[in-house]
Write a protein that binds this ligand. Structure first.
Ligand SMILES: *Cc1c(COP(=O)(O)O)cnc(C)c1O
Length: 215
């Protein structure tokens, strides 16, 4: 199956309220171009340098999302080329994004990354930390917190994945009541996006199911 076939299959299977972010990390721009020529324009990268390089190599109407951990001192390198940052995991980072966005006189859309998996290595905020940041969002005029992102534990145990996605969905729904701007729940990757959609995801981040397995 070609990249275009895979994209066609996934985009025609998912419900219309779910946005697919095609995750291009490690794949060369020539392969991304196949997806672009098919008509796809929403891509996710997890590293700052790869994102800025591909931003330069691909047409300007591509919408780039940063989905991986972002260090405060690297915000300035990506601020002009991202349309959504999925991985805000501290107040310090949000504040730096705000400062950088202000310098460009723009407003940057962000998601708060929540830790719901069992692995200790995954970045992310607790529910309480996220609530604390959301309470202070009015002091950041150049960022819009649009919702939440999370990753489930890497496991074959479907019930555990369901449980983790469900807890994130539940938290998202609770917050949405107080913040009408909350519209995006980013959860689900190649191995678990179907479960994530069943559990209320509105945005999936899929790489290998489109572009083939990574080394
Ligand atoms: C790599 C990555 C994905 C996509 O992973 P696949 O298994 O290739 O679909 C999704 N989200 C994040 C944060 C990633 O780093």
């Amino acid at each position: 199956m070609s990249v275009a076939d895979n994209l066609h299959k996934i985009t025609s299977e998912i419900p219309s309220h779910v946005t697919l972010v095609a995750v291009t990390k490690t794949y060369p721009s020539s392969i991304i171009k196949e997806a672009y020529d098919y008509g796809y324009k929403i891509y996710g990268e997890n590293r700052v340098q790869e994102l800025t390089e591909k931003y330069e190599q691909l047409p300007r109407d591509v919408e780039w999302h940063l989905i991986g951990h972002l260090q405060t001192n690297k915000v300035k390198f990506i601020i002009h080329c991202v349309s959504l940052i999925h991985s805000v995991d501290s107040l310090k980072l949000l504040s730096e994004i705000n400062r950088s966005a202000q310098a460009l006189n723009r407003r940057v859309n962000c998601l708060l990354q929540i830790h719901v998996a069992q692995e200790e290595t995954k970045f992310g905020l607790s529910f309480a930390e996220a609530e604390d940041i959301i309470k202070q969002q009015d002091s950041f005029e150049h960022v819009s917190i649009k919702g939440l992102m999370g990753m489930a534990t890497l496991t074959k145990n479907k019930e555990q994945i369901q449980k983790e996605f469900h807890s994130l969905y539940h938290f998202f729904e609770t917050l949405k009541g107080g913040f009408p701007g909350f519209t995006i729940l980013s959860m689900g990757m190649s191995s678990d996006y179907k479960i994530a959609i069943d559990e209320g995801s509105t945005m999936i981040r899929v790489g290998s199911a489109i572009f083939g397995s990574r080394n």
